[in-house]
Ligand binder design. Structure first.
Ligand code: DC
Length: 224
């Protein structure tokens, strides 16, 4: 059976990665977390103290960086930066605060998009990000734009980080998410925007299983 490519875009904290991972598991597809790739480049830039206001330096860094996702069908994803595992290191608040700035650089995006397109070339991927349906895989078989209210997204991130042992404040998270939304949607190159042919899902009042079920039903009906 033909393996589809499924694009899931949306703002920070809308539940994209959780949903995409579950979907990939149910379909036997591979989950590709494109945000993790921008996070890996950001981590390297921070570690090497590259000036984040210097697009040429960041482009050069991205061109000389190997970002590798261990694509285990249905399994959890591991992220490697220049051969070293950084799966957990890329989730720190420090990386989250700086990733929008790094991912806004066209040269950084070009490098990552090239890798993303390679990963999808044989079909069978569920890819999540900000510009997958519009820019990375404009020909994806199915496109979803997953969103939720900012309060709900902040609440979810709060519990996620708290579970991981980070001391975070809900109000501060809300402000950071709003700031990230503004930067991701306002950037010039490949901004966060809903593709015209994407199905909009507002998950504010839906739980994870309900969203997964809705998407699976849609895919199995062939998009009707
Ligand atoms: O999904 P995430 O929060 O891990 O993404 C981290 C950042 O990377 C996010 O602020 C925007 C950026 N990003 C992007 O610009 N394009 C993508 N396809 C995925 C993420």
């Amino acid at each position: 059976m033909k393996k589809f490519n499924i694009a899931i875009d949306g703002p920070a904290g809308a539940g994209k990665s959780t949903i995409a991972k579950l979907l990939a598991g149910r379909l036997g597809y591979v989950y590709v977390d494109t945000g993790a790739m921008y996070r890996a480049v950001t981590l390297k830039a921070l570690r090497e103290q590259v000036d984040l206001n210097n697009p040429a330096a960041l482009t050069n860094l991205a061109q000389n960086t190997s970002v590798y996702l261990d694509l285990d069908p249905g399994g959890s994803q591991r992220v490697f930066l220049d051969g070293q595992e950084v799966t957990l290191d890329i989730r720190t608040p420090m990386v989250s605060r700086n990733v929008s700035q790094v991912s806004a650089v066209p040269g950084v995006r070009r490098e990552m998009v090239r890798l993303q397109q390679q990963m999808a070339q044989n079909g069978g991927v569920v890819m999540d990000g900000r510009d997958i349906g519009t820019y990375v895989l404009p020909g994806a078989d199915f496109k979803f734009f997953l969103t939720a209210s900012i309060d709900e997204r902040a609440r979810r991130r709060y519990f996620e980080l708290k579970d991981k042992g980070y001391a975070v404040k809900l109000e501060q998270l809300k402000e950071e998410i709003a700031q990230r939304d503004r930067m991701d949607a306002g950037r010039e190159f490949a901004p966060l925007v809903q593709a015209q042919d994407a199905v909009l899902i507002d998950s504010s009042t839906l739980n994870i299983d309900q969203v997964v079920a809705a998407i699976l039903a849609y895919v199995r009906r062939g998009g009707q």
